[in-house]
Design a protein around this ligand. Structure first.
Ligand code: COA
Length: 388
């Protein structure tokens, strides 16, 4: 049965069940850490560690800690700097974690706060009144607390009726959120859904681990998924969404509520982000390229006709290879834009930042792909076409 938009939005057309992206929003923390600053801090920490443990190192009981290198980081990952919520403590060799004030129960959590900033921008760009939004999904790779949900906090702060919940699919949280929102629209259960991804990844990064200390950055994004009937004239039709998960131990974070049941291992490195980066690189590139090509075939679309790829932002080399397999030639920065150089890996937000910053110039009818991949393994594709 054809449904109509609620009485909250009078004079609206009947719902179509066709999901679109009406607008996106972005919050970028003011502070940023360059590779030079990061490496200077890490090397000072390594020197102090080696000095403190000189006897054990001389006796061969422990390995000396090698220096990190700006050249390695840029060559291996493509990252030059990353934004963070709390710079000074991260760079202090005695601390090397963000420091974030505890807040009372009457104050909004930091995750919700930055999520609200991104969400407000998306609503404003769509010309949407928060009252006409039906649901909020807070889709991110870490949650500040188990409950009440950050999504419900965001819902409350924006004055949205309806419902909200948190969901975590690591680096693919945002694309899994977009499919979930699109399915609500397809089923007629909602006409306007905010997918908010506040990623404070500096909290799960081990800044003392040379192999990974350069990877992550903080940010928040928002995507407004709506029924085509109520969308602004300029929007992105969602042509298809596809999700995939395949179990892998190559990216792990063993932090969890049962850690306290084994106090001996609290604070060990596996309670933060750990990965076998090289294995991830080798296994994920073919998996994702194949997934994109298969989905394009289902849509009877030649993947070479995709005007732009907004790929997950973890590694410039991975994106080069994936784009090459999908497009059939080496992609230039116009075909596969990079935000990794200044944002680092922002987990699920990466492909959304790329889309947010590099989509206005496309023309009506242009097709593109938002694609995420990461821990789980998890991967998501969202094929889109620009409206008139
Ligand atoms: N500074 C200097 N050298 C470093 C270093 C650092 N910070 N970190 C590691 N190295 C060294 C290693 O010790 C190793 O030395 P060796 O060859 O003498 O043993 C060498 O550099 C290569 O290390 P490796 O870890 O194999 O590097 P890599 O080329 O695979 O690059 C990543 C590392 C993490 C950048 C890369 O593997 C990657 O991005 N993978 C994909 C990760 C991903 O997508 N994850 C999803 C997370 S959401």
């Amino acid at each position: 049965m054809q449904q109509t938009v609620s009485e909250k939005a009078p004079n609206a057309r009947p719902l179509t069940g066709r999901p679109v992206i009406s607008a996106t929003g972005l919050f970028t923390p003011e502070e940023s850490i360059s590779n030079e600053e990061l490496v200077a801090s890490f090397n000072e920490y390594a020197d102090r560690f080696n000095a403190t443990n000189a006897d054990a190192i001389d006796a061969g009981d422990i390995e000396p800690m090698p220096h990190s290198s700006v050249e390695f980081i840029e060559k291996a990952s493509g990252i030059k700097s990353r934004h963070v919520m709390s710079k000074a403590p991260i760079l202090d060799p005695e601390i090397m974690t963000p420091r974030i004030e505890d807040r009372s129960n009457d104050e909004m959590s930091l995750m919700a706060e930055i999520g609200v900033i991104a969400a407000k921008q998306a609503l404003e760009r769509a010309g949407r009144d928060a009252k006409d939004v039906d649901a909020v999904l807070c889709a991110a790779s870490n949650m500040q607390r188990p409950y009440p949900a950050m999504a419900i906090e965001i819902q409350q702060a924006l004055g949205i009726e309806g419902f909200g919940f948190d969901m975590n699919v690591a680096c693919s949280s945002a694309t899994f959120g977009i499919q979930t929102a699109a399915d609500y629209v397809r089923a007629g259960n909602a006409k306007s859904v905010l997918v908010v991804s506040p990623e404070i990844t500096s909290g799960h990064l081990n800044w003392r681990d040379r192999d990974s200390h350069f990877i992550f950055g903080d940010v928040a994004t928002a995507v407004l998924v709506e029924d085509a009937a109520i969308a602004p004239e300029q929007h992105w039709e969602i042509l298809s969404t596809k999700l995939k998960t395949v179990f892998s131990n190559n990216i792990r974070n063993n932090f969890g509520f049962l850690n306290r049941a084994h106090p001996e291992s609290i604070g060990e490195p596996d309670k933060l982000f750990v990965q076998e980066g090289r294995k991830v690189f080798k296994e994920v590139v073919p998996m994702v390229a194949e997934m994109i090509i298969e989905e394009a075939e289902k849509l009877q679309m030649d993947p070479a006709t995709l005007r732009r790829l907004w790929l997950h932002q973890a590694n410039a080399g991975m994106n080069r290879l994936i784009a090459q397999r999908v497009l059939g030639h080496e992609a230039n920065s116009d075909e596969s834009p990079t935000v990794l150089d200044t944002y680092g890996n922002t987990s699920s937000a990466g492909s959304i930042i790329a889309f947010h910053q590099h989509s206005d110039d496309l023309k009506a009818g242009d097709k593109g792909l938002i694609c995420s991949f990461g821990a789980g393994y998890s991967a998501g594709t969202v094929f889109v076409r620009k409206s008139a």
